[in-house]
Design a binder for this molecule. Structure first.
Ligand SMILES: [Zn+2]
Length: 200
């Protein structure tokens, strides 16, 4: 039975690198994969960017309100017309998908029998689950944590948002990593220290 996997980690835990490696592993065996990501992530637009410098174009973007399953099926149909099939669907930045789109991924795994590897961040800068992550934590068959280390050496589980050198604890849930806003993965201890004890 094909499964829906959620491989989650804090910022900078190498999720995109792991995704590109997983795609490569399939392709090395002569299998075909599809790569997708939500259209909301403007960073890199339609590319998956690894911090190690590798980039790769996605096969399709999933916009708000769209059926991830319909998009997947259209791409799969193209592969079939070429006489091949899809061995796996890999989704980057899955935290930004809508809960219904996560349900689509579940159906792709269970009903279309294609494994789906979803990569993403578990919680936002205020420690709340993103909509897509909350749904993935609830229904994915397999949860796998990609670990990264806080500045103090403990395992990082939170994503502190910084504007300049200051950590901020107000603002929209989504503010893409860039010049104005950056993120630092923090352990619980350091998060509480920076937030003055505030957890949400
Ligand atoms: Zn720490």
């Amino acid at each position: 039975m094909a499964k829906l996997y959620f491989r989650y980690g804090a910022m900078n835990s190498g999720k995109s690198t792991a995704l590109l490696q997983a795609a490569y592993n399939y392709e090395e065996r002569g299998q075909r994969v599809l790569l997708a990501k939500p259209a909301i992530d403007t960073k890199g637009a339609s590319q998956i960017e690894s911090r190690l410098g590798m980039t790769r174009e996605v096969d399709f973007l999933i916009a708000a309100g769209e059926s991830a399953r319909d998009l997947f099926r259209a791409e799969r149909e193209k592969a079939r017309q070429d006489g091949s099939d899809i061995a796996c669907l890999l989704v980057d930045e899955a935290q930004f998908l809508e809960p219904e789109q996560i349900d689509d991924l579940f159906r792709i795994a269970v009903e279309d029998e294609i494994p789906v590897l979803a990569y993403g961040i578990r919680n936002d800068f205020l420690t709340h689950a993103f909509p897509g992550s909350g749904r993935l934590l609830a229904i994915a068959h397999t949860l796998e944590e990609l670990k990264t280390i806080c500045r103090c050496g403990r395992k990082a589980v939170f994503n502190g948002r910084r504007v300049g050198d200051r950590f901020v604890f107000d603002g929209d849930q989504v503010a893409i990593d860039g010049e104005a806003v950056t993120y630092e993965s923090l352990c619980g201890h350091c998060y509480l220290e920076e937030s003055g004890g505030r957890l949400s």
